[in-house]
Design a protein around this ligand. Structure first.
Ligand SMILES: NC(=O)c1ccc[n+]([C@@H]2O[C@H](COP(=O)([O-])OP(=O)(O)OC[C@H]3O[C@@H](n4cnc5c(N)ncnc54)[C@H](OP(=O)(O)O)[C@@H]3O)[C@@H](O)[C@H]2O)c1
Length: 284
């Protein structure tokens, strides 16, 4: 691997789930750098002159993005525009965290970098527009699409994995078995970004752990490792009102960058970030 000065990398959204794995450079959260404040973003970036900006901040509340399109637009479109123009002003490589939701969700197999985006939701459309902004505004960029990210441990994991683990005190849990995705460890995502920066890579990359799964597969893998007596009951997505409108397929594969299998990554995540907590809370 070639060397890269990660001290000179600025990140936005560093207090978030994926951002918690950024342990280098100039880490910013909303209190340090509000991405909606164009002047502040430009001034901050010109002052620090980073070699790269890892842009993680955005609208990530999936319910709110569909109920309030302006929330999604402001953060994902206007916020990304502000960061991208600042990156370009100092010649930094712009790294954008994008999503499997730029696709329509109907493909039979995993989506590759060659597939054409066709977003179906406000969130997906704003992520796709943010990709177009980055690709047209910056000379050097990495668009790193990912999906079904897990990470952050008990303090930050309030998404699917954290919600499932919160139910591990019971005897059984229900989990959807008719929607597929590529589960991805946030730590592996950041490791991949570092590797791409070292290589001087440019363009669009699918950064997801290898393989695909349903949520029932994930719950079963979690139970097998942490509490084998727990029964996982597979249900169709129509069983949960909150699953309305979710894409049937969010699995991804890269023609350009290979990651370890999701089972290996998930096992490490549970072992290192959850087991001590679950034991201490007497949940397992
Ligand atoms: N998690 C996934 O499965 C997934 C999949 C595909 C793509 N992504 C993308 O990956 C990125 C990070 O996702 P994540 O899961 O780590 O989400 P997250 O935990 O919600 O982190 C997003 C961060 O953005 C910050 N933020 C919001 N508004 C801001 C503003 N005006 N200025 C500065 N920071 C602001 C939030 O800070 P506050 O906490 O203060 O609001 C939060 O720390 C997002 O762009 C997301 O679209 C995530």
């Amino acid at each position: 691997m070639k060397s890269f000065d990660f001290g000179q990398v600025l990140s936005t959204g560093a207090s978030g789930m994926i951002g918690s794995y950024v342990d280098f450079g100039i880490r910013t959260d909303r209190t340090i750098l509000d991405i909606l404040d164009c002047e502040a973003v430009t001034t901050f970036v010109k002052k620090h002159k980073p070699r790269a900006i890892i842009h993680l901040a955005g609208a990530t509340d999936m319910v709110k993005t569909e109920q309030d399109p302006l929330y999604a637009y402001e953060l994902n479109v206007r916020g990304t525009y502000n960061v991208a123009q600042a990156a370009e002003s100092v010649g930094a490589t712009m790294v954008l965290a994008s999503s499997s939701r730029v696709f329509d969700g109907h493909k039979k197999g995993p989506y590759t970098e060659d597939d054409a985006p066709d977003p179906q939701t406000h969130y997906g459309r704003t992520k796709y527009i943010s990709e177009l902004i980055v690709a047209s505004l910056t000379q050097k960029y990495i668009i790193a699409r990912t999906a079904w990210v897990f990470g952050g441990g008990p303090a930050r994991d309030n998404k699917f994995f954290g919600k499932v683990l919160a139910q591990f005190g019971g005897d059984e849990i229900e989990a959807i078995d008719d929607l597929r995705g590529s589960p991805t460890y946030g730590k592996d995502y950041i490791t991949a970004i570092k590797a791409l920066l070292c290589e001087g890579a440019q363009g669009i990359f699918h950064i997801a752990n290898r393989g695909e799964a349903t949520r029932a597969d994930l719950a079963e893998a979690m139970a097998a490792q942490l509490k084998p007596a727990l029964r996982v009951v597979p249900v169709a997505h129509g069983h949960f009102k909150s699953a309305d409108g979710l894409p049937a397929n969010e699995s991804m594969q890269s023609k350009r960058y290979t990651m370890r299998p999701w089972r290996e990554a998930l096992a490490e995540y549970l072992r290192e970030e959850w087991e001590p907590y679950l034991h201490a809370q007497k949940i397992i």
